[in-house]
Design a protein around this ligand. Structure first.
Ligand SMILES: Nc1ncnc2c1ncn2[C@@H]1O[C@H](COP(=O)(O)OP(=O)(O)OP(=O)(O)O)[C@@H](O)[C@H]1O
Ligand SMILES: [Mg+2]
Length: 451
């Protein structure tokens, strides 16, 4: 029987915990000059995961992780998988009738056991050795893969200032916690800390109706996603062009901008995350930058496509600086543009604005794609696709004539379909009459102020 990822993870983490227990025991014995089988913690060989099939083992072998890095990883996991393992560090320092400062660790609000801090890591890995303590700092720097790949961080439990960095708590990311335990890839939910939402579509590439110009431009994005790495690395273009790909989709509502972004992701097996900029920019909460940075960090490691919707919110805010709100919004916009420019993956912005994009914007984008209202030929396909399901068109309906006489976008046509289907179900049949379609169209025209 095939062993599940979860079982494999459990098996390897169990082995790692047993190893870590010996490391911890030995450190304590050595620190208090008690008798110990090992003269250094580094003599205790960690389990060999070179042929492991677990996510845990594969992660360890991938980098490959050093002794110290493995100690840190398992320590970050312990509060989640074996919370009592650090209890021994609650030992009292009899001289002062309190815990040992050098053990670090803090109590959570609700968590029963000790939450390890950077100081705890230092105690275990360095004891009182200062040069080793200094070297340890590197493992928590921003350019270490722990941080770059969003595996774990040292984070303050609460916002405090002036505390030494090593008093921050060792925190594994939700993403890796999930991967290393249940084995389920983690898909973050929308929240204030994570202002992005996974978007998907049930439609397929063949359902997308675009004119040839737009299609050609979209093909360029697909080609970049497929071959960008080869171009940058093997063809050596990385010295000459910026990483990543930035596209702007603009045009009237309902012309397929969001759908196209979804389908690019679906076709290439990449997740598409939508960030609603009107939400992000209008709420001048100081946290916005941190939250956006969070999205970019996660996206970069996972090949997500970032889809910034309602990008108009960006353009308006850049000129007037009357109030402090405006200034703040301006700062946020500048920050966001910088992030977009530095991002290594694909970013798509969508907006309804036509023209008037200042040059500062346009030169940042590799492609500016205008999604026009569909021409007759495309409208006909949209109407045909919309009504090809379990609905019967009454013989009075001539879709060509309808497509010809009304300039509607795909989104509006889908709304007409919904309207007609509701009518049909009220009549308890599947038949669509010309008057259903016509009243649906009038409704759409009223919405657009054209009636
Ligand atoms: N070009 C198209 N091809 C096929 N279907 C389309 C097209 N345009 C729109 N549709 C249909 O209309 C729906 C809405 O379109 P979509 O959300 O992609 O429009 P949009 O351009 O993002 O609009 P908005 O500017 O309002 O965000 C789609 O889910 C799809 O069913
Ligand atoms: Mg849209």
């Amino acid at each position: 029987m095939e062993v599940s990822t979860l079982e494999l993870n459990a098996r390897d983490i169990q082995l790692e915990l047993e190893w870590f227990r010996q490391v911890l025991d030995t450190r304590i014995k050595l620190y208090f000059n008690n008798e110990s089988t090992h003269s250094s913690i580094f003599d205790i060989t960690p389990p060999d995961f070179s042929n492991s099939e677990s996510n845990y083992g594969k992660l360890v072998s991938h980098y490959p992780m050093s002794f110290s890095e493995r100690v840190i990883l398992i320590m970050a996991l312990i509060p989640h998988v074996r919370p009592n393992m650090f209890d021994i560090l609650y030992t009292k320092n009899e001289n002062f009738n309190r815990g040992f400062t050098e053990f670090g660790g803090i109590n959570g609000k609700y968590h029963g056991g000790m939450l390890p801090t950077g100081e705890t890591v230092n105690f275990i890995l360095s004891g009182e050795n200062l040069s080793s303590r200094f070297q340890l700092r590197y493992l928590f720097e921003d350019d270490h893969y722990f941080h770059l790949h969003n595996i774990l961080h040292l984070e303050p439990l609460e916002k405090g200032q002036g505390e030494p960095k090593l008093s921050n708590v060792l925190n594994i990311s939700e993403e890796y916690l999930s991967l290393l335990t249940t084995g389920k890839p983690y898909k973050p939910d929308y929240s204030t800390n994570f202002p992005a939402k996974l978007i998907t579509t049930k439609l397929e590439w063949k359902d997308l109706i675009l004119n040839d110009n737009v299609r050609e431009e979209i093909d360029e994005i697909l080609t970049w996603i497929k071959h960008g790495n080869t171009l940058m690395e093997e063809w050596g273009l990385n010295a000459k062009i910026k990483r990543g790909f930035r596209a702007m989709f603009y045009g009237p509502p309902g012309t397929g901008k969001t759908l196209t972004a979804c389908l690019i992701g679906k076709t290439l097996g990449l997740d598409v995350y939508r960030i609603d900029l009107s939400m992000v920019v209008s709420k001048y909460i100081g946290e916005t930058e941190k939250n956006l940075a969070n999205v970019f960090d996660q996206a970069e490691n996972k090949n997500w496509i970032l889809f910034f919707d309602e990008a108009d919110a960006l353009f308006g805010k850049r000129t007037s600086t009357n109030s402090s709100n405006d200034r703040h919004a301006n700062q946020e916009v500048a920050f966001l543009l910088q992030k977009i420019e530095d991002f290594n993956g694909v970013v798509i912005l969508a907006s309804n604005l036509k023209g008037n994009l200042d040059e500062a914007f346009s030169r940042r984008f590799q492609s500016m794609i205008y999604f026009p209202l569909p021409a007759l030929e495309q409208r006909l396909s949209l109407w045909k696709n919309a009504f090809n399901g379990n609905l019967n068109l009454h013989s009075s309906v001539d879709l060509y004539r309808i497509a010809e006489s009304h300039e509607l976008a795909g989104g509006a046509i889908i709304n007409v379909l919904r309207h007609c289907a509701l009518r049909a179900v009220q009549r308890q049949n599947h038949e669509i009459h010309l008057r259903d379609i016509e009243s649906g169209i009038r409704k759409e025209q009223r919405k657009e102020g054209k009636a």
